[in-house]
Design a protein around this ligand. Structure first.
Ligand code: HXC
Length: 523
């Protein structure tokens, strides 16, 4: 009899528990969920359901409640305190996540909301697995005050401690204002959803009041603004579904942590595949551009690339590809835009990408076609000296396999900057079209032979003659090859198979740098 009673009580407790759990899972309730949907946005729960493999998501700390009594919060229930945290499988691999839910008090971040995020970040760090944050929040919970600020501080701290240890990705899927923007900025990758997300330090109203400037939310801090103007956003996505799918795609290229093996997949492409289309890609006239993206696609497994920062600093192209199933980070000047010149933004874009890849043991493949650093007061005063130095620093400190292919122009300091031998490239190859020199022949002759040209009976003919001689000597890959400054001259069509063979040979490369606390990259 006593046993029967006990069983009955347990069942009742389980029924109550299940009802409580269901109530909490309803988050902000039907009305708020309908409002979220009307804005074209999913709820946090819907996003997580789409992100994780079916049935694998394990929610953590659903029952956490805020404990603030200020400004009426003692009477306010905020289900799950406005954020869902947990872990599960994404294409079979464990990933930890936090998703703020705008339907629950605007996804505002208070003390307990942030402690849930701390908890799941700590779990991700201990488990050495990626962390993904889906942000959709009105910011610091105004009623709670300072504990909310402390909450952000704890997230920033964990973002920083985890930097280079586990991949960290932020998907901005709603508002992100004020200091809340700094967690995304501290993570490795920022995705934004067009039209429904924005990020800024101060919003349009404050801007108007303080400096009189008028701007809309979207123009100021929307996905397109940050993907084209500031570079804060790496991926501007069409909607929540597109955003989640692309986060998953990115994860497929990344290891779980800096100590984890690479996610190598079965390759359906051939290591010996010729790329005949590359033999004709360099235009006849040196001043004409071509799309370096086509070169990279030709070389990549199944011609597939995954490109961050597609719309920002287009003169520099970076992308993840696979070679024989192994993820590879590609850095390439793109002569289609601004002749592939190196400027402040291009240097920043490439440097950060290089450092990410190196931190996570992803080999680097560089394609170089660069006329030099961008001249002019705008770039000098924007600090091209220190920004350009980042590129040198990032390449030189990287210890992963580093392969460089020079396709055409490779002049001066920019030649050194694009992963030259002395920055630690393991293997530099050049196409026959390569011009490895201190500068272009015209410019060089105008300086070195100024007097001879000016004093010649026919200055134009003299210049042509001297330029031809300079080109013969330097504007080709053979002078550099004869000195061992590059390893090999190859036919463009051979590029994929050479890269595949070198990557295979270097797959166990290890390099140890001097013992010290950390480098001091020129930021
Ligand atoms: C408390 C908030 C909130 C916040 C929104 N809500 N933001 N509650 N603190 N920061 C609540 C609203 O009161 C409302 O609650 C619900 O969320 C939905 O908000 P709405 O305003 O109705 O939504 P919408 O019209 O879509 O407007 C969204 C919004 C607006 C533009 C984001 O809510 C807004 O301006 N929020 C405040 C933004 C802000 O200034 N945040 C503080 C930044 S300071 P009910 O109960 O009515 O459903 C900051 C410092 C961080 O973040 C520093 C870190 C270092």
């Amino acid at each position: 009899m006593a046993k029967e009673q006990g069983k009955g009580m347990t069942e009742e407790k389980i029924r109550v528990f299940e009802a409580r759990r269901e109530a909490l899972k309803s988050m902000g309730g039907e009305k708020m969920i309908a409002k979220q949907h009307d804005l074209g946005k999913m709820t946090a729960r819907e996003r997580l359901a789409m992100f994780y493999d079916e049935g694998t998501f394990q929610e953590v700390q659903l029952f956490v409640k805020h404990r603030s009594t200020l400004f009426g919060l003692d009477k306010k229930e905020i289900n799950a305190d406005g954020v869902i945290v947990g872990f599960g499988k994404v294409n079979g691999r464990t990933v930890f996540a936090a998703a703020q839910d705008f339907t629950s008090s605007g996804g505002s971040l208070g003390e307990m909301h942030s402690k849930k995020i701390w908890k799941i970040m700590d779990m991700a760090l201990d488990a050495k697995k990626p962390f993904v944050s889906m942000n959709d929040s009105g910011g610091a919970r105004i009623q709670e005050g300072v504990p909310a600020l402390e909450g952000y501080g704890g997230i920033f701290y964990r973002n920083t401690i985890g930097s280079g240890y586990i991949p960290q990705i932020t998907a901005i899927m709603g508002p992100t204002a004020g200091g809340a923007v700094y967690s995304p900025a501290l993570t490795d990758w920022v995705f934004m959803v067009k039209k429904s997300s924005y990020m800024y330090i101060t919003g349009p109203d404050v801007i108007k009041a303080v400096i009189g400037e008028e701007v809309t939310h979207d123009d100021l801090g929307g996905a397109v603004a940050h993907a084209t103007k500031s570079g804060v956003c790496h991926f501007a996505t069409e909607n929540d579904t597109d955003c989640i799918n692309r986060v998953k795609m990115l994860l497929s290229y990344l290891p779980d942590s800096c100590h984890s093996p690479q996610p190598i997949i079965a390759c359906t492409d051939s290591a010996d595949r010729d790329c005949p289309e590359l033999d004709t890609i360099i235009p006849d006239r040196a001043s004409r551009g071509y799309d370096m993206k086509q070169v990279v696609m030709a070389v990549a497994d199944n011609n597939e690339i995954f490109e961050p920062h597609e719309l920002w600093a287009k003169n520099m192209f970076v992308a993840f590809i696979r070679i024989m199933g192994q993820p590879v980070g590609v850095i390439a000047n793109n002569p289609k835009f601004g002749a592939g010149v190196l400027d402040v933004n291009a240097s920043d874009k490439a440097s950060r990408f290089i450092r990410f890849c190196d931190a996570f043991n992803i080999p680097l493949l560089t394609f170089s076609d660069v006329p030099g650093y961008m001249p002019g007061t705008a770039q000098e005063w924007a600090g091209i000296i220190s920004h350009g130095a980042k590129l040198l620093h990032a390449y030189a400190e990287a210890t992963v396999p580093k392969i460089t292919v020079v396709t055409r122009k490779d002049y001066g300091g920019a030649y050194i900057g694009m992963c030259s031998k002395q920055l630690g490239a393991d293997y530099v190859m050049a196409w026959p079209s390569a011009e490895i020199a201190v500068m272009g022949a015209e410019g060089a002759c105008n300086i070195v032979y100024r007097r001879e040209i000016n004093e010649a009976a026919d200055p134009a003919a003299k210049r042509t003659e001297l330029v031809a001689a300079y080109e013969e000597q330097f504007n080709n890959p053979y002078f550099a090859a004869s000195m061992g400054i590059i390893e090999e001259v190859i036919a463009p069509r051979e590029t994929r198979k050479r890269v595949a063979a070198i990557l295979d040979a270097l797959k166990d490369k290890t390099q140890v740098r001097l013992p010290k606390k950390h480098n001091n990259i020129p930021l």
